[in-house]
Structures are given as C-alpha cells and as structure tokens.
Design a protein around this ligand. Structure first.
Ligand code: ATP
Length: 503
C-alpha cells in the first residue's frame, strides 16, 4: 500500500499534476501547487460538483465570499475558543504529536516490529514454530507487544476525543507501568488553535487581527439574509460555495489529504426547525449518489456516523473513502441546527430570521451542511484511477483511467508521421474541436509511445491521422481503457467525444 501511495505522488509530479509548493526553495510542508494537468482535473471536479449542486437544484444558489472576514465572525462561530487540536509533546524526540500520529508513530510501529520478529522466527523454525509460545518467551517481542503499546493506544484515543484529563492520567500510568520505556517523557498536553492569524492595516498600533478563514461555511451564514432576500428564496433553500480554507495543521502528511491551504466545496441548506433530520437523511443519500456517479467503485465508500458531536451539531456523518492509506473522511454531512445563525445574531445584534409568508411568522432556520474537500476528491479520483496493467502480450502499461468527464484533456490528435500533410490535417481537427474540448497535439515519437503518454495523462481518446485520412476524411479513434480502435469520419468526432465526456 505504501508503494501504491508513492506511485501516486511520483506520477502526480512526473505528469504535471501536482508539485510541492515553492520547490526550488525545498518546498513548504503540506502546501502543494496544481500543475498544468492538475489544475484542469481540479477545475473539472469543482464544475462537476457545482453542476450537481447549483445548476441541478432550482433552490440552491452560489456564492463567492471573501477569505478575509470580520474577526468577530470567528468568535461567533466558536473557532477562536474551540477550533483546537489537542497535542502532546515528547521531551526525548522534541516532537509534538496529534492523536492519530501518536498511535501511528508509536503504537503501530511497535506492533509492526513485533510482527516482523514473529515472521523472522517463523522462517527460521519452519514447521515446528509455535507463535504463542514464541511470543511469551521472547523478551523483545514481549516488549513490542507490551503494556506500553496498549497504554499509548488508549492515550491516542483519549487525545483524539479531547479528553485531556484522561491523557494526563495515562501519562502517569505509563510512567508507573513502564518505567524503562523508550517512549516516556511525555510532557503535558495542550490545546492548539488551528487558525492562521494575519493583520489588516499598515501601522502596528491600529492594525486589526484577522484570521484566514478555516472553513468557507461562515461566509455563507453571514450572507444568509442578503441572499434570501435578494434572491427571494423560499425555505428550504441552499447556498453553495467553493473556495480556499486555511488550517495550521500540526501533522500534515499524506500528500494533499491534509494540507495547510486547501479548497472546500460546501453547501448550507436552510430548513424549517424540526425538519432537519429529513433533510439530513436526504443529503446523506444524495451526496453518496453523487460520489457513486463517478464510477470509482461502491466498495470504496462507507458512512461513518459520529457518536461524539461537535458543539454545533445534532447529527453528523462522514462519507469515508478508501484512500491508498485506508478509509478516511472525504466529506462531512452535518445537521448544524440554528447554532451559527443564532450566534451571528447575538454577536452582530442583527436579526437573521426568515419570514414565513404562509404562517406570517419569523424564525431562525436550521441548517444541514454538506462539506467536501476538493483536494481530497482529487486524491480519491487520482489514486483510484492510477493503474498498472499487464496486457495480453505480457507488456505493461500505466493508465490513469479517470472518469472521462473529469479528464484534463479529452482527446489527443496525432499525425501518424510528421510529413505528407498529416500534421496539417491533425491541426485542422484541433482547430475545430478546441471550441468544445481541451484537446492536445503530439507528433513526437512512435505512435505507440504517444498512446502510452496519453494513457498516463488520463486522456480518454487518441485520434490518429494517417494516409487514408487524406483520401476519405476518416481517422482512427482509440479508447483509453479498452485500447480499442475504430475508424470514423472526422465529422463524427465531436459527437463521439461529447457522448462520453459531457457532464
Ligand atoms: P479531519 O478530521 O480529516 O481533519 P475535519 O473533520 O476537520 O477533517 P471538516 O472541518 O468537516 O473536516 O471539513 C470538511 C472537509 O474539508 C473534510 O471532509 C475534508 O474533505 C476537507 N478538509 C478538512 N481539512 C482539510 C485539510 N487540512 N486538507 C485538505 N482537506 C481538508
């Protein structure tokens, strides 16, 4: 699995999808740039979402709010006081850990070491090997499987749940139970706010402390009444937005899965109080259907219903995806009650209420939110599509079998050879198709190699111009996934491509 993930990262770089940010200065950790092909794929995912959410729903409209917002926004939303990651420091390694990494770094490592030792012993002893006996008599394996690991696992869980008192008790327990432990010296746990601060204004005295928004949702809440009134929206209705969000993530690993600057695609659906559970169920189902429509495989998704709810929610679930490093959150669906609008009413002193013409009364609506990370979508689509195939003749090919609607380039037009007027015909075809699709031209190398290059870029079609084209205006069109080739008239190309790539 680690190898698959490494392949994903190197393919993304080699084929111009994702580069580390400011790489010439050795990069900036957990910040990435989308390159020439990545930016197209990302844009197509965004558009696929926007079409499904805004264009297809009469009662959902878009918004593009600013990243910088009045600082009181984040007091009201609870982010100033409660947007924290509990962290624990280790004196020996001089490192700071978040819950999941504590488990990964220590508990998992110890587990793996034990497994390796056991495997080695199994090879050495062969048939006669008795795993249980070996475990109890081998001191090193015992150490790896020890009490320490078990306590660390509990510590990680408590830390993840924010039960800091539990963590403190476990630190003490660890010191007593495993005094010789190599991983003790845990110092106190603390809460760390994830918001990036910045300043507005020139002079030090009257500069205003601002935050880069850690989620796009609040831009929607503060505009709720503006949009409702000017758009004459009737409840239930939604406001959708895509845009950058920033979090000072402590443990930023796993490539674009957890970044410090990332993009969210969020929709806040305003409903009548009491009807939120109906809409919560509706959006859970609708969002899963959207994911499934991309054809990445039903088995790769699952719901995770939250037992422990955030301060603003009365129900919450994640859609988890089977990433190269296991099932992790891709999208969150939250029933946020009237927490946000009420809080903004309280802090701003302005009414944020909906006037219901039918009942002649006003109320603060409840909100059901769907929130998906665009970069996590990118990773899900990209990693699942990247395949190493063995062909009938025994050779292998790398193919990025992206959903065609999302592919950065829809077709590559290739003259079989660089002379006899074939490049000119190929360029004419491009001139014609480029009004509707991203198309590429490639004349370098043998045509087989050019096919492979397009396979690796995820281009669904290759159109080859050969000498017969000059006689009858037909070309071959090759399908990326099946590698099947058909002979078709140039005039049919637009329709054929359209059928497969249109959203
Ligand atoms: P996690 O538990 O993985 O940190 P979260 O529960 O904090 O995520 P939300 O606040 O619900 O995430 O944000 C909604 C969505 O935004 C997530 O489902 C995820 O797809 C995306 N997202 C959140 N944080 C990041 C990040 N640091 N990098 C990339 N995407 C992110």
């Amino acid at each position: 699995q680690e190898d698959i993930f490494k392949n994903v990262v190197s393919h993304a770089k080699e084929y111009g999808f994702i580069f580390p940010s400011s790489e010439i200065y050795d990069g900036l950790s957990a910040v990435y740039d989308y390159a020439q092909n990545g930016v197209e794929l990302k844009k197509n995912i965004r558009e696929y979402w926007w079409k499904a959410m805004v264009q297809m729903h009469e009662n959902i409209v878009g918004l593009d709010a600013a990243i910088l917002m009045h600082p009181t926004t984040w007091k009201a939303s609870g982010h100033v006081d409660a947007f924290n990651d509990p962290l624990i420091d280790n004196k020996d390694s001089k490192k700071r850990y978040r819950a999941d990494v504590l488990i990964e770094d220590y508990a998992e490592k110890l587990n793996l070491k034990a497994k390796k030792e056991i495997e080695k012993a199994r090879e050495r002893f062969g048939e006669a090997f008795d795993e249980e006996q070996y475990k109890t008599t081998n001191p090193r394996v015992m150490e790896y499987l020890s009490k320490e690991r078990e306590i660390l696992e509990r510590m990680g869980k408590s830390l993840g749940n924010g039960d800091l008192e539990d963590v403190k008790a476990l630190i003490e327990e660890l010191e007593i139970a495993c005094p010789e432990s190599g991983s003790r010296n845990w110092t106190d746990v603390k809460q760390f706010n994830l918001m990036f601060g910045t300043k507005l204004g020139a002079s030090a005295e009257n500069a205003m402390d601002l935050y880069l928004r850690p989620e796009t949702a609040q831009g929607i809440f503060v505009n709720f009444l503006n949009v409702q009134k000017t758009g004459r929206m009737k409840i239930p209705f939604g406001i959708a937005q895509t845009g950058k969000a920033f979090r000072n993530e402590i443990v930023a690993r796993q490539f674009i899965f957890r970044m410090r600057e990332f993009e969210q695609m969020e929709m806040q659906f305003f409903v009548k109080p009491g009807e939120e559970m109906k809409w919560y169920d509706y959006w859970k189902e609708t969002r899963l259907k959207w994911h499934l429509s991309l054809g990445l495989g039903k088995q790769n998704y699952r719901f995770h219903d939250h037992e422990k709810l955030a301060h603003y929610a009365n129900a919450a679930a994640d859609i988890e995806f089977n990433f190269p490093f296991g099932f992790k959150e891709l999208e969150g669906i939250h029933s946020r009650t009237d927490f946000d609008l009420k809080a903004h009413e309280q802090y701003s002193g302005k009414k944020l209420q909906y006037f219901d013409n039918d009942t002649n009364s006003s109320y603060v609506p409840y909100v059901v939110e769907t929130s998906v990370g665009l970069d996590r979508m990118f990773l899900a689509v990209f990693a699942t599509s990247l395949k190493e195939e063995t062909l009938e003749d025994g050779s292998t090919r790398t193919v990025l079998s992206l959903p065609s609607v999302l592919a950065p380039t829809k077709a590559a037009v290739l003259p079989l050879i660089k002379k006899d007027g074939l490049p000119e015909v190929a360029k004419d075809i491009i001139e014609d198709l480029k009004w509707d699709f991203n198309v590429a031209y490639d004349e370098k190398d043998a045509v087989g190699r050019r096919y492979r290059r397009q396979d690796a870029l995820g281009t669904p079609f290759c159109i080859t111009v050969d000498h017969q084209t000059l006689e009858d205006n037909t070309v071959t069109i090759r399908h990326r996934d099946s590698m099947k080739q058909d002979r078709v008239a140039i005039t049919e190309l637009r329709n054929i491509i359209n059928q497969e790539v249109s959203m």
